[in-house]
Design a protein around this ligand. Structure first.
Ligand code: PMP
Length: 459
């Protein structure tokens, strides 16, 4: 960064504190502590301004699938910006990379999903899906089908609609959300719910899915446009549903003529060991929203795939009054094409399914013997463990202990980025991590658990 190379950490932190308002942050607390200044990244390793190196067990924000510093993406973006820094895709215009990227994504989707709308983020993708689904039912002559059903503790973005579709109570507690027309059913969280109800995971998957049928029937199917869900809830704490859950959800939607929207913003592009989370869980959506690993975070990009039925119906309505200035930005499409080329050439999806995924999962499961761990889980390269105070009774810590936050901070000190969702610790490392890096993740997580145990027991 020209002109910034000799700026001290303290100067950057002071400037940041004065002027930079961070996402999802308590700004007073953050500025009192001072932000960590990240200056470089390569592969799966982040470097900060003090020269510390940390293994990024979270792939940035679940997005850096192919790892940091991939020259071919950088070069593709530079070339795209040099040749065509911008064109809109509104007024009868397209450009070669937008057409090629849409075709490439359609090629990764099942046969009935062929039309891609570009956005710049997952939030915008979900906004698009919502408007498209409602417009679809208008055009079907069923304008009263407007409601969306989502899940408590789901995450679908931070715009007014994204935060409303999401089921995050703290987000709803601010700024008067959710908006009208959205309801939330309970999430399929076996450790936090099904276990306490005394059900096996398989039984619980059916039980949790039936909540959708009950909610649709309560509202009246003739008022419901769609159900939206993440195949695995990421921000909610890597809630991996039992295998019986999604097939039943899909049946319920089909029986009641409700569109099924898969939010693949985290699960898409190989994270779960298949190209899409809906493939891992065996269901077929009508609309798919995506972002994050579409470009591995090199350039912001999101998208929505419409089924042929949805697209054909939207076409009967003439113009769909919806679009973003950056829809199909040349740099994003170039980054996306280069990113997909890496995923394909390095067989990353297969690697997650058959090599690095099972390798890390087996070692991650070994953390289950730790006195602070109540459950471990992993699918592909997305996983979690649950911190508990009493292992035998699987009893959690009181909230004021802030065990998860303390665990996260200790983990960074031990050289591993893990994220805390309450007392659930989550990881989602880049799909390219080596076996040695997987070993390091588990070794550092164990050291962190030992440190936390010592801190909590005063040992
Ligand atoms: N959906 C899911 C499942 C997500 O995890 C996220 C982001 N964490 C979003 C939507 C929103 O994406 P963005 O932050 O790009 O708007």
């Amino acid at each position: 960064m020209a002109g910034l190379a000799n700026t001290s950490t303290a100067e950057i932190q002071a400037r940041d504190a004065r002027h930079h308002w961070h996402p999802f942050s308590d700004m007073a607390a953050l500025n009192a502590a001072g932000s960590r200044v990240v200056t470089a990244a390569e592969g799966w390793t982040l470097t900060d301004s003090e020269g510390h190196q940390v293994l990024d067990g979270m792939s940035g924000l679940w997005n850096v699938a192919v790892g940091y510093g991939r020259r071919e993406i950088v070069d593709a973006v530079a070339e795209a910006l040099t040749t065509l820094s911008y064109t809109n895709t509104f007024f009868q215009c397209t450009h070669p990379a937008a057409a090629a990227y849409a075709e490439a994504i359609a090629g990764l989707l099942p046969g009935h999903l062929n039309r891609i709308f570009f956005t710049s983020s997952g939030s915008e993708a979900n906004d698009t899906a919502f408007r498209a689904a409602r417009t679809y039912w208008d055009l079907k002559g069923k304008p009263e089908k407007k409601r969306f059903i989502a899940r408590r503790n789901g995450y679908h973005g931070s715009t007014v609609l994204g935060a409303s579709l999401g089921g995050m109570a703290p987000m709803h507690g601010q700024s008067g959300l959710p908006i009208e027309g959205i309801s939330h059913i309970d999430q399929p969280y076996w450790f936090g719910d099904g276990r306490l109800l005394g059900m096996s995971p398989a039984e619980y998957g059916h039980f949790a899915a039936e909540r959708l049928a009950v909610e649709i029937d309560r509202l009246g199917a003739d008022t419901v446009a769609a159900f939206i869900g993440e195949p695995i809830q990421g921000a909610g704490g890597v809630v991996i549903p039992p295998d019986t859950y999604w097939p039943r959800i899909a049946e319920i939607c089909a029986e009641r003529d409700i569109l099924l929207v898969a939010d693949e913003v985290i699960c898409g592009f190989g994270r779960t060991g298949a190209m899409w989370g809906f493939e891992t869980f065996g269901f077929s959506p009508d609309i798919v929203t995506m972002a994050k690993a579409m470009t591995s975070g090199y350039i912001p990009c999101g998208g929505v795939a419409f089924s042929d039925e949805v697209a054909a119906t939207l076409e009967t309505g003439g113009e769909f009054f919806h679009g973003y200035t950056a829809s199909g930005h040349p740099a994003a499409c170039a980054a996306g094409l280069a990113n997909l080329a890496i995923i394909d050439r390095e067989r990353l999806v297969e690697r997650v399914a058959t090599d690095i995924g099972p390798y890390l999962a087996a070692r991650w499961a070994s953390l289950g013997d730790h006195p602070l761990v109540g459950e471990t889980r992993m699918r592909g390269l997305i996983g979690a463990f649950e911190l508990v105070r009493d292992k035998a009774a699987l009893e959690r810590f009181p909230a004021d202990i802030a065990a998860g936050t303390r665990c996260r901070d200790l983990s960074v000190r031990n050289g591993l980025v893990m994220r805390a969702v309450g007392d659930t610790m989550v990881i989602a490392p880049p799909l390219v991590i080596s076996h040695e890096a997987a070993d390091l993740i588990v070794a550092r997580a164990r050291k962190t658990l030992d440190d936390l145990h010592a801190a909590l027991t005063g040992a």
